[in-house]
Design a protein around this ligand. Structure first.
Ligand SMILES: *[C@@H]1O[C@H](CO)[C@@H](O)[C@H](O)[C@H]1NC(C)=O
Ligand SMILES: *[C@@H]1O[C@H](CO)[C@@H](O)[C@H](O)[C@H]1NC(C)=O
Ligand SMILES: *[C@@H]1O[C@H](CO)[C@@H](O)[C@H](O)[C@H]1NC(C)=O
Ligand SMILES: *[C@@H]1O[C@H](CO)[C@@H](O)[C@H](O)[C@H]1NC(C)=O
Length: 246
């Protein structure tokens, strides 16, 4: 583990020579976050991580959050009443603008099933991934990554209550059934909905290397963070449950 870590630092950090000593320069941290929005995404998938990252951004110079969607029109989230959607998010970039981002986060929900078959969205994810430092998904957002070919041969997780459907939608993926979140290279995937908050905390802790800040954000949100990626009571419940679909 330590060896791998040291190797990773040597491989990824540019070597700077100063005063006869060789010191690795820290990799620049990812500052530009984009959240991909599509109709009927689950609000908490996006807003959970965003609320935590918003606090991180207050404490991180030049860190920005933005919403990327097919058009600039407000995008309806999943929650509806009989008259239709109740909440919308206003994008500030379209996918055609190919905004310069460091991290793209993809939420799930009924909307990810539609995004899965939307060639414009899948093409966007495909072409933007090589330019990113990291890509992340929450819940069934993983199926969008899978469709874009990003998860081929990679370890990933998703919502346990949609397990069979997700596994079928990503046949080349090494799906991990019991995990709060999974990291494989620069790909972060989390389990259902609220798990995205734990993933955002872990991301802040390990990528921004600031657990104090991650904890501070969680304290402000008054959420008890699960810090162990193997903590997953929902895999037992979910994998044997009736598939939730609405
Ligand atoms: C933030 O961005 C400005 C403008 O690009 C730059 O001058 C400044 O050094 C940046 N600050 C940090 C801490 O990266
Ligand atoms: C979208 O938000 C980002 C991050 O705050 C900002 O830099 C950018 O200018 C915004 N773009 C538009 C078109 O509003
Ligand atoms: C997406 O496409 C597949 C294959 O054509 C199809 O089986 C599935 O029903 C489609 N999903 C949606 C939500 O339209
Ligand atoms: C971590 O975050 C805390 C809280 O914002 C801040 O005071 C501290 O300077 C940060 N540490 C580093 C190494 O950036």
């Amino acid at each position: 583990m330590l060896l791998f870590h040291t190797l990773a630092v040597v491989l990824t950090g540019a070597l700077a020579v100063s005063g006869g000593k060789t010191k690795p320069t820290p990799k620049p941290i990812p500052l530009k976050w984009g959240v991909l929005a599509f109709p009927r995404y689950v609000g908490l998938d996006a807003y959970g991580p965003l609320e935590l990252l918003n606090i991180v951004a207050f404490n991180t110079p030049n860190m920005t959050l933005s919403i990327v969607a097919e058009t600039m029109d407000p995008v309806p989230a999943h929650i509806t009443n009989s008259a239709g959607p109740l909440t919308w998010v206003k994008p500030n970039y379209t996918i055609d603008q190919d905004p310069e981002l460091d991290v793209l986060l993809i939420p799930g929900g009924p909307g990810s099933r539609v995004a899965y078959n939307n060639t414009r969205i899948i093409d966007y994810v495909k072409r933007t991934y090589p330019k990113l430092k990291y890509i992340a998904s929450v819940c069934t957002g993983a199926q969008v990554l899978a469709k874009a070919g990003i998860l081929n041969g990679k370890r990933a997780t998703t919502n346990k209550f949609a397990w069979a459907e997700m596994v079928a939608s990503g046949p080349g993926v090494n799906w991990v059934p019991c995990a709060r979140w999974v990291v494989d290279g620069n790909i972060w995937t989390s389990s259902g909905v609220a798990a995205g908050i734990d993933m955002a905390h872990a991301f802040t802790k390990t990528v921004y290397k600031n657990e104090t800040l991650a904890d501070r954000a969680a304290n402000i949100l008054e959420v008890e963070i699960h810090k162990d990626p193997h903590w997953d009571p929902f895999c037992k419940v979910g994998l044997s449950a009736i598939v939730y679909r609405r």
